[in-house]
Write a protein that binds this ligand. Structure first.
Ligand code: ASP
Length: 600
């Protein structure tokens, strides 16, 4: 037996026992002739001590230990002279009788402690060492715990976990597919699933009325911060349900997770906000409602006073930052530069300070009287001491979106976005389509299988663009603290409606048949009404862990360039493999490895 206890287990009640531990040497140090060793495993750290008068052989081995050596240690649990209240095992130590070195380690490239001295790239290259660190061990333990809770809850509700294939045909979720060439069918390719969307709908046709899967999805997108090309969803689908049934089921799941994992009670029922309100008031379809500072339109109040920028704008709107009237010239200049960054994209920023003494000061004093400014203040719900920040432009959505970004920034600057505060809500009633200006066509806002609201029948049958624009869906997102954690919809189960939606989306009949014929056919064999949703599992874990980055919650993530720097992937492949796949590269000399014998 390698061990009879873990390194996180022993307490004062174990004093007097002879125990055997195994683990990694985090540190060893000599102090007044004694050797102290911190022995680590995933359960914790236990201090081992070799007394000055111990057998010379033992002292020799103890002093020879390097960082990350794997050892087995036998000794007696004793009460510590100087206790360490910060460690769960801090009341005891092990007075060693024997040490076996199970394996040596070369010097690790960084210190494997809570706070490592290794930079991000180095830690990514040696991810298996980084994963020995407690913060990452905790993160993965949390992930495991959440997965168990999800499975328990959904199992209790009669959901079946069913695996769907990874080598499939394109699923349209708005990203590019990762493709896999088929050797047996030269010139043909599988696509990796962007989600199991079509398969879960086929499972509904097959009668598995409650399906769930914790499943990997693949999307080839330009990687924005904190996106991963492969990520995990909690994917679910239900038959014979309306939107209300789906929302209740998954509100229940999230409530259970919050309670069982974090001991947090979330509101019951959860607030719901319609998509249009979210856009108007928060400039985002994933509003952070931990704080107010909502957006208000002030176009009528801002126009007709001779200020050209406002007079020529289609929309003028603002937010009111509480208690920020004392912002200095320098701070305001900095903020103006900030909104001009490409990430925000504003041309400039107008401010009004509503001073404590009742006076007002603004960057447009020339055009607006104090009374005019206070009227604007009223519309923005400003009080004395507040600062109004105003943007304008020729598209209300664009300006609202910019104000939304500014609002989040001001929320952060004012410390109103505490990760320990949780403010979940549902966003509902999404438009079914969004206009793609570049491509000059309609896109599905969610995906093409989302059902239009039945009461909007006339609009989606109409051939007028303005009618199509008005069609809404029974689609919903679960939003937490400014993040979309999940989303889904009631689906189309009528082959004719599905064909009409494909038509609006610009798929020719042949194209629709080629891409989704299997689904359209399946719908002809008694497809039940159905709907579902998927949660981004990595993000759920990160937010539950109070962390912004999902990378810490994935054992082996990719970096910002979509690379795994540990295994050095993606990488070139062998010419033999290319030949077998009948693939020719445009620049063969650069792009493939030379022919080499196949490994057994
Ligand atoms: N397949 C959708 C997605 O990946 C979720 C759903 O509609 O259930 O976003």
């Amino acid at each position: 037996m390698y061990r009879d206890h873990t390194c996180g287990e022993l307490r004062i009640g174990n004093v007097g026992q002879i125990v055997t531990l195994a683990g990694w040497v985090q540190r060893s140090r000599k102090l007044g002739g004694m050797t102290f060793i911190d022995l680590r495993d995933r359960y914790g750290i236990t201090q081992l001590v070799v007394e000055a008068d111990a057998a010379a052989e033992l002292v020799d081995v103890a002093t020879s230990l390097g960082r990350e050596y794997v050892i087995q240690a036998v000794g007696e649990v004793v009460e510590r002279q100087s206790k360490n209240p910060k460690m769960p095992t801090g009341d005891i130590e092990i007075k060693l009788q024997r040490i076996h070195i199970l394996n040596k380690s070369v010097t690790p490239p960084f210190t494997i402690e809570d706070e490592s001295d290794g930079g991000e790239d180095l830690r990514a290259k040696y991810r298996y060492l980084d994963l020995r660190r407690r913060p990452l061990q905790r993160a993965l333990a949390l992930r495991h715990r959440i997965a168990q809770e999800v499975r328990n809850y959904l199992d209790g509700q009669g959901f079946m976990e069913i695996e769907t294939p990874y080598l499939i045909k394109s699923t349209p979720e708005g990203a590019r597919d990762f493709v896999v060439p088929s050797r047996m069918n030269p010139g043909q390719f599988y696509a990796l699933p962007q989600s199991p969307q079509t398969f879960k709908q086929l499972l509904m046709v097959a009668g598995f009325d409650r399906y769930m899967q914790i499943v990997r999805c693949f999307r080839d997108e330009d990687l924005r911060a904190d996106r991963q090309p492969e990520f995990t969803q909690i994917d679910c689908e239900m038959s014979f349900v309306e939107q209300e049934d789906v929302l209740n089921m998954f509100e229940g799941m999230m409530r259970t997770l919050f309670k069982n994992v974090l001991d947090v009670d979330i509101p019951n029922p959860l607030p719901r906000m319609n998509w249009f309100d979210a856009m108007d008031r928060y400039g985002s379809d994933k509003p952070d409602i931990r704080f107010g500072m909502t957006i208000h339109e002030i176009t009528p109040l801002a126009q007709g006073k001779g200020f050209g920028v406002f007079d020529t704008a289609k929309y003028v709107g603002g937010i009111c930052v509480p208690g920020a009237a004392d912002y200095s010239r320098k701070q305001l200049d900095e903020l103006t530069e900030w909104v001009k960054r490409p990430q925000v994209g504003a041309k400039g920023l107008i401010y009004i300070k509503f001073n404590e003494d009742g006076t007002v000061k603004s960057s447009v004093d020339k055009f607006f009287s104090p009374e005019d400014l206070w009227k604007i203040g009223e519309a923005l719900e400003a009080k004395k001491g507040d600062l109004a920040l105003i943007l304008s432009g020729d598209s209300s959505r664009k300006v609202q979106t910019m104000l939304g970004v500014l609002r989040l920034e001001m929320g952060s600057r004012l410390g109103l976005r505490d990760p320990k505060v949780f403010a979940p809500l549902w966003i509902v009633d999404f438009p079914l389509f969004e206009w793609d200006e570049e491509e000059n066509r309609w896109n599905a806002m969610h995906h093409p299988f989302t059902a239009p609201k039945p009461e909007h029948l006339d609009w989606y049958l109409s051939d007028k663009q303005e009618d199509i624009a008005k069609v809404c869906a029974n689609a919903y997102d679960f939003v937490l603290n400014g993040n979309e954690l999940g989303g889904g919809s009631i689906r189309i189960h009528d082959a004719k409606i599905q064909q009409r939606i494909f038509e609006i989306l610009g798929f020719s009949q042949e194209e629709a048949e080629y891409k989704f014929g299997f689904l359209i056919h399946a719908f002809q064999y008694g497809a039940p009404p159905h709907g579902g949703l998927a949660f981004g599992f990595d993000r759920v874990c990160a937010l539950f862990g109070g962390c912004d980055s999902i990378r810490d919650y994935i054992a082996f993530p990719k970096n910002n360039q979509g690379r795994d720097v540990m295994i050095e992937s993606p990488s070139k492949i062998d010419q033999i493999q290319l030949d077998e796949l009948e693939i020719e590269l445009r620049k063969p000399e650069q792009e493939s490895l030379p022919r080499s014998p196949r490994h057994p």
